[in-house]
Write a protein that binds this ligand. Structure first.
Ligand code: SF4
Ligand code: SF4
Length: 95
């Protein structure tokens, strides 16, 4: 399993600062990837990011509300097919 960032994300950045394995990466370019995304292959499901988010945007994948289900796949796609890993190198921590 993994945690998922949904479309409620407003790019405040707190989650990326607190993640112990650095697997939360800002979407880049913003026009195409408007939120922050979690690398599902690296997330250790520690849950530390959930209470940090002021918009309640982060959920364990199995608990994502139905209305936000379409936001799950972009977290995978951003890393598996999009610029996620190169963006992770470019933004190793959100600043
Ligand atoms: S803390 Fe919430 S709003 Fe801020 S970047 Fe993370 S998911 Fe987005
Ligand atoms: S659950 Fe833990 S490891 Fe996964 S993204 Fe959140 S802070 Fe990072």
């Amino acid at each position: 399993m993994t945690h998922i960032i949904t479309g409620l994300c407003m790019r405040s950045g707190g989650c990326a600062e607190i993640c112990p394995v650095g697997c939360i990466v800002p979407g880049y370019p913003i026009e195409q990837w408007p939120y922050f995304y979690i690398d599902p292959a690296a997330c250790i499901d520690c849950g530390a990011c959930v209470p940090i988010c002021p918009y309640n945007a982060i959920w364990p994948e199995e608990d994502v509300p139905d209305v936000l289900h379409s936001d799950i796949q972009p977290n995978y796609t951003y890393f598996e097919q999009g610029p996620g890993y190169s963006a992770r190198q470019k933004f190793p921590r959100w600043e």
